[in-house]
Write a protein that binds this ligand. Structure first.
Ligand SMILES: *Cc1c(COP(=O)(O)O)cnc(C)c1O
Length: 465
């Protein structure tokens, strides 16, 4: 077989892809019929495909390319680290400078006494670590009965067996024997879809109360932890009503439940602070990090752990670890990413420039006839598509039908926006400029108009009963 490079015709690349490459979260038959877009290069917020098309990536890859594509500094750091020390492990009483430096830096940035980092290769792995961490912690505290972790329906915590069980995605639970035992799911704080006649404030309190009800029902002596994303990402950028988080914090404090904030998306500036916990005002015992930690330039994740848990577990041996925990190249690249976030004041740019401008533009989409809700926190936003905004109605068609049509229109207008059911979501690189936000919104409006016309044409403009 000859070399497979960017110079091959797109159709040939697509045929090879379809023959040998199984894609995550993708219907293979449909992909083979349509052929995937082949991405070849990227710079800033812009992707190039094999046909030479320039596409605005309003998803920052998968919520991760916070500093934008194509930063040479990270490539140089990676090359240097590969020459000096491409690999060594941190098992069995050894360490190396990239892991030391990155752990120290994360401890400095993390709020409160979150001073300890256990590294993983991804967010999924880090959440698997968290399951074992909190259960081991309670064992060591002489309370081995505290093994249940409460999570939320429609949460996303990863795709391994452990993290997929923590998540509340029913489609995932239907395949391959998930969830594992002792994971309990309560409802999400999605007022738009599930709030009924309640005000958002009432609904936030009601959904937080479900945590207390679950604790009382299962028994306080059985609950190890509650895990949640400060803002649900893959579930559709679900922003909890203001009343929700203070009440969740009160309940965790009252019953001595460990709080795990899954910061894989919210961390490293996405919500306008270093961490989403700061934006929603909670004090977690553990934070899961990945994605924006390295801006996706290297696969790396981790658990950031408070003094009390680290000291308790550190008193014995924690029989857990990954070959690539604290990988030197990934650690060095993550550290360089954080240096850029700090020195270029990227989070200041989000807070003072990009987020306020994007919010104004994004919220104006509410004027579109098909948009019922437009929410945004920092640089993650969603719109709910609806045939009847006053009633917050769902479409009569299979959920996701209209969202998919809209996503296709985004695609053909050179904009990457994702659909979750009939919601459209964005999470652009944090470095996006005002001009680029204008282009994003213009293309989103065109896509919405085209999708709206198609929905009408196809007879899909009907509300579910
Ligand atoms: C993406 C994601 C994960 C999983 O991270 P991977 O690196 O894909 O394993 C976990 N939690 C949240 C909130 C995520 O968005």
């Amino acid at each position: 077989m000859g070399a497979i490079t960017n110079h091959l015709p797109t159709a040939e690349l697509q045929a090879l892809d379809s023959a040998h490459h199984m894609h995550p979260f993708t219907a293979g038959d449909e992909l083979a019929r349509k052929g995937p877009r082949v991405i070849t290069r990227a710079k800033g917020v812009w992707l190039n495909d094999s046909e030479g098309t320039r596409i605005l990536d309003a998803m920052a890859g998968l919520w991760c390319v916070n500093i934008g594509y194509g930063r040479d500094e990270l490539a140089e750091v990676a090359a240097r680290q590969m020459r000096d020390l491409p690999y060594y492990n941190t098992f069995f009483q050894t360490t190396h400078v990239p892991a030391i430096a990155l752990a120290s830096k994360i401890a400095e940035l993390a709020p409160g006494d979150l001073n300890h980092v256990f590294f993983a290769g991804s967010g999924s792995e880090a959440n698997d670590t968290n399951i074992r961490l909190v259960r081991t912690y309670w064992q060591m505290k002489g309370k081995p009965g505290k093994s249940v972790i409460i999570s939320r329906k429609n949460a996303y915590h990863g795709s391994s067996v452990g993290s997929g069980s923590l998540g509340g995605m029913s489609g995932m639970h239907a395949q391959g024997g998930m969830p594992i035992p002792d994971i309990h799911h309560i409802n999400q704080p999605d007022w738009w879809s599930e709030g009924g006649d309640m005000t958002p404030e009432e609904f936030g309190l009601a959904r937080a109360a479900e945590l207390e009800e679950a604790i009382l029902e299962l028994g306080e002596d059985r609950i190890a932890a509650f895990i949640a994303e400060p803002v649900q990402g893959a579930g559709g950028v679900i922003v909890a009503p203001d009343t929700y988080w203070p009440e969740v914090q009160r309940i965790c404090d009252k019953y001595e439940i460990l709080l795990i904030a899954d910061e894989v998306i919210c961390g490293f500036g996405r919500t306008g602070n270093w961490f989403g916990s700061q934006t929603v005002g909670i004090r977690p015992h553990i934070m899961t990090i990945a994605k924006g930690l390295s801006s996706g330039y290297q696969p790396i994740g981790g658990s950031v752990i408070c003094d009390e848990i680290a000291e308790t577990i550190g008193g014995g041996e924690f029989n857990h670890g990954y070959t690539y925990s604290g990988h030197p190249v990934a650690s060095a690249v993550a550290l360089e990413n954080i240096r850029i976030l700090e020195e270029e004041n990227v989070i200041g740019h989000v807070r003072d420039v990009a987020a306020p401008y994007l919010k104004e533009k994004w919220e104006s989409l509410i004027d579109h006839p098909m948009v019922g809700e437009a929410r945004i926190v920092g640089m993650m936003g969603s719109i709910a598509l609806t045939p009847d905004k006053d009633k917050r109605a769902k479409f009569a068609s299979e959920p996701g039908t209209v969202g998919y049509i809209c996503r296709e229109r985004c695609f053909s207008n050179e904009l990457i926006m994702r659909h979750v059911g009939d919601r459209m979501i964005i999470s652009p690189p944090l470095v996006i400029s005002r001009d680029e936000i204008d282009i994003l919104i213009t293309r989103a409006c065109t896509a919405l108009d085209e999708a709206y016309a198609k929905v009408r044409e196809d007879g899909l403009w009907k509300a579910a009963p």
